[in-house]
Design a binder for this molecule. Structure first.
Ligand code: GDP
Length: 211
């Protein structure tokens, strides 16, 4: 087996084991003890973040259980593996059109506080909708990550929604822009929670980022 295939197989095993919701943290003092590496998911609301978390974990409704309205300004932690080997962190979605200014401000404070000074955070995954590409609001988040020196991977979502030629173009544009950001990983992963495209690769990238 090649090293890549071996890593992918271990990643598959990890995500087919136990994954459970741990807690929601509305502020820094509610964060769990940083006893294992963390990988955080970020993206505009409706980018497909909950669907991707569920596809990654191969469960129907892991992310939704905590995604009830009113709890959106919280960081949701999920324990992965037995023994516990990693935590997934579902960050609140950003950029929804009707969000009042103070919601956006709260989001910024919460996320910035978490990103800075969380040594357990090994990688962020920034989700980009294949139909829209990188938006200015995503650029702001990428800048926050660059400034906090948190390495991140750009993940294209809903790849089944566009034509293969258009997908290639979006992947190329995204990769080009990634090269201009110091903390961005050069590889772009295109995924579909609907068809399963890229999910094995994403699992592998998550495992790779904590090893
Ligand atoms: P979130 O707000 O980022 O958590 O987004 P959701 O996961 O709730 O997804 C938003 C909408 O996009 C829902 O209607 C999903 O069914 C749909 N969706 C999410 N991922 C995919 C995908 O990979 N393919 C397709 N076709 N639809 C998707």
């Amino acid at each position: 087996m090649t090293a890549d295939a071996e890593l992918e197989e271990r990643a598959r095993k990890l995500f087919s084991g136990p994954i459970t919701f741990l807690k929601s943290a509305p502020g820094l003092k509610f964060l769990p003890e940083p006893i294992v590496p963390e990988v955080a998911f970020a993206g505009r609301s409706n980018v497909g973040k909950s669907s991707l978390l569920n596809a990654l974990a191969n469960r129907a409704s892991l992310a939704r259980t905590s995604n009830t309205p009113g709890r959106t300004q919280e960081l949701n932690f999920f324990d992965v593996g037995d023994p516990l080997s990693l935590r997934l962190v579902d960050m609140p979605g950003y950029g929804f059109a009707k969000a009042p200014k103070d919601v956006a401000r709260k989001w910024r404070f919460l996320v910035n506080d978490y990103l800075r000074g969380r040594a357990a955070l090994k990688r962020a995954l920034v989700l980009i909708d294949s139909r829209h590409g990188i938006k200015d609001i995503d650029r702001e988040v990428m800048k926050m990550l660059d400034d906090a020196a948190v390495s991140y991977h750009l993940i294209v979502t809903k790849s089944d929604k566009i034509k293969p030629t258009d997908l290639t173009a979006v992947e190329q544009q995204t990769a080009e822009e990634a090269r201009t950001h110091p903390a961005a990983h050069p590889e772009i992963i295109a995924t579909s929670s609907e068809t399963g495209t890229g999910i094995a690769q994403l699992r592998r990238a998550v495992l790779e980022s904590i090893e």
